[in-house]
Design a protein around this ligand. Structure first.
Ligand code: FAD
Length: 596
């Protein structure tokens, strides 16, 4: 059941309390409640995902990110020192399903090297690529695309599962740009070889996008893992509008800290002060509430929220916590550090076509018609995203650059891309006054070297934390982005684009005049791919760094496991939701193994 008020909960003690009903949290809730003997409470700060049209219709996703909408945390980053000190908006999902309810729906597992590196750095072979395949399969439900086109030659069926929970499909509407992308792979196979399937372990080349879309609609963790009949399980309770401030250890005495309570507030959004709680008691609850976890607390609040809850609770660097007046229960300087994000630049060109996304952004009548079609048939151009037809995952070769003689290669191995180009069937910033139709190639450094951090700004647990993405702070990332943009320009220089691409938009045209101009363009336009990981990283049990052990249990205390994107010690060389889903599937198994 989904509740919106704490007073409706059937009790205040559950076997497992999961903090965050997001991508990972809902997987864990679903898997644990497969056992009718376990009772589970999910506390989600955000709102319901029900009837949120912009979340359901893939092409309307940008509407969720509008500032002031309740569907994202209104985070901003710290000034990004290597990007002209710009402060960037940083969305994260603030509704059931978490970021899987607002994301771009790309489904990429990363490379086999990425997971083999997780196994190596944690000392747990269970995180390796082959060992993780059953968990990818438990998550994935391969589904026909909305337009039921013939998909042979567009993916490798042998690496997919049709029996999981979360729908994944190929693009369900064919934009004119797509065939030109594929034609480029035959014209320039040395630079841009065709790749049959980007999820088979070696994601190198140009391939068809796979997305968490089923029958033309978004398949978030809320839509899939909390679908009827799962949400009706009598042992599954989900409380929305419930923002966790801290986890508490009763009788905390140094040396043995056991966390078993969770403190939270309802309807904190927009309120910025921290009052002393009055609960449990016979009086009507005000402000803060406490629930108890008889077995474990699972923190699944994401790469921003999870370290923030730990720090609020006194798990972090002792000196920094002391400077904020927060008593330290577990001294661990790694909490919130090691944050890894992929820098992204969106590059756009005018095209000689009316079939781009501008057919909606400039034409409300067309949008109404297509929305009506989507409502009736789950077909038409709104079944896919503006960026999501195909992508190129590429390496920087030794012939191209001597960079790796000066800088260690941050990629996990030779089967792992350094950079990515994603195609967009429109301009993903506002359309210039003179109008026009556009395509975009977004360039990203998928195996970055820079690191950032999550830190507290104040001792008030309801204030946003300091989010430093560290974009471009390591020169390697800047260097790799320069190559990525040059590759994007080369991609569109092929015959496939003749007569279609007219010219780059003005900003990009200026940038391509000189190397200095390109550098300035990158610093002025770089944003984040929104793929942060690593802020509560796993490490071997006796390591002097890291936040959780390979079984995802918090170091230095008992009672807490962390299961979400924050535990990945390195960013996977793709988009992060599929790895997060697979990690959550294994995390749930680890819990079951302990308590069954
Ligand atoms: C705009 C955008 C586009 C993206 N596009 C893609 C894409 O196309 N493909 C891809 O693979 N990845 C994409 N990503 C990244 C991907 O979606 C995330 O890596 C992944 O969903 C993270 O899952 P998670 O479980 O770690 O966190 P989340 O899904 O964010 O879940 C955390 C949940 O915890 C809740 N929470 C946080 N703090 C508290 C608290 N104190 N109390 C209670 N609840 C709390 C949040 O509201 C949220 O519901 C995108 C991300 C963004 C922001």
């Amino acid at each position: 059941t989904v509740y919106d008020n704490v007073t409706r909960l059937p009790g205040l003690t559950f076997d497992f309390v999961i903090l965050g009903g997001g991508t990972a949290g809902n997987v864990v809730a679903h898997r644990l409640t497969e056992n009718p003997a376990f009772s589970v409470l999910v506390l989600e700060a955000g709102v319901s995902n029900k009837d949120v049209l912009d979340s359901e219709v893939p092409a309307l996703g940008a509407g969720l990110l509008v500032p002031g909408a309740p569907y994202t945390w209104s985070y901003v980053t710290t000034p990004q020192t290597a990007a002209e000190n710009r402060v960037l908006r940083y969305p994260r999902g603030h509704l059931l399903g978490g970021t899987s309810s607002i994301n771009g729906m790309w489904y990429t597992r990363g490379s086999q090297d990425d997971f083999d590196r997780y196994a190596e750095v944690t000392g747990d072979p269970g995180w390796g690529w082959l060992a993780m395949q059953p968990y990818f399969r438990k998550n994935e439900k391969w589904t026909e695309p909305a337009d039921h086109h013939n998909t042979s030659g567009q993916f490798d069926p042998s690496v997919h599962s049709t029996t999981g929970i979360n729908s994944v499909s190929l693009p369900g509407f064919q934009w004119p740009m797509f065939s030109r992308v594929i034609k480029t792979t035959t014209e320039m196979p040395d630079d841009f070889p065709f790749m049959l399937d980007m999820n088979a372990g070696i994601p190198l080349g140009v391939g068809w996008a796979q997305s968490t879309i089923g029958h033309g609609a978004r398949s978030s963790s809320a839509v899939s893992y909390l679908a009827t009949p799962f949400i009706e399980r009598p042992n599954l309770h989900v409380l929305i509008n419930a923002q966790v401030s801290r986890v508490l250890s009763i009788n905390a005495s140094r040396g043995s800290i056991h966390f078993s309570q969770v403190e939270f507030s309802q309807d904190r959004r927009g309120k910025h002060s921290y009052h002393v709680y009055i609960f449990p008691s016979n009086q009507p609850p005000t402000e803060l509430f406490i629930v108890n976890a008889a077995k474990e607390i699972i923190i699944s609040a994401g790469s921003v929220g999870s370290p923030q809850i730990l720090l609020n609770s006194g798990v972090g660097d002792r000196t920094t916590l002391a400077s904020l007046g927060i008593p330290c229960l577990v001294d661990n300087p790694s909490v919130g550090q090691n944050l890894s994000e992929q820098p992204l630049v969106s590059n756009s060109w005018f095209v000689n076509s009316t079939q781009t996304f501008e057919s909606y952004t400039q034409n409300d009548t067309q949008l109404t018609l297509d929305l009506d079609r989507w409502n009736r048939t789950r077909q038409g151009p709104l079944v896919s995203t503006i960026v999501g037809g195909q992508a190129a995952f590429l390496r920087i070769s030794e012939e191209e650059s001597t960079i790796f003689q000066q800088h260690p290669d941050p990629a996990a191995g030779n089967n792992t891309p350094h950079i990515e180009l994603q195609n967009g069937i429109g301009l993903d910033t506002s359309v210039p006054a003179e109008g026009g139709n556009f395509i975009s190639l977004q360039t990203a450094v998928v195996s970055p070297a820079s690191r950032g951090s999550i830190a507290l700004n104040t001792s008030d647990p309801f204030q946003a934390p300091l989010i430093d993405l560290g974009l471009f702070v390591d020169d390697y990332d800047f260097f790799a982005m320069r190559i990525a943009i040059k590759k994007a320009v080369k991609f569109l220089s092929g015959n496939a684009w003749k007569g279609y691409v007219i010219r780059p938009i003005d900003d990009l045209a200026q940038a391509l005049i000189s190397d200095d101009a390109l550098d300035a363009y990158m610093r002025n336009t770089v944003i984040a791919a929104c793929h942060i990981v690593g802020s509560a990283a796993m490490s071997p049990e006796n390591a002097t760094w890291g936040v959780v052990n390979p079984d995802l249990l918090l170091k230095g205390a008992t009672g807490i496991r962390i299961i979400d994107a924050s535990v990945m010690p390195y960013i996977p060389s793709g988009h992060t939701q599929a790895p997060t889903y697979a990690i959550a599937e294994r995390g749930a198994d680890l819990i079951k193994q302990k308590w069954m």
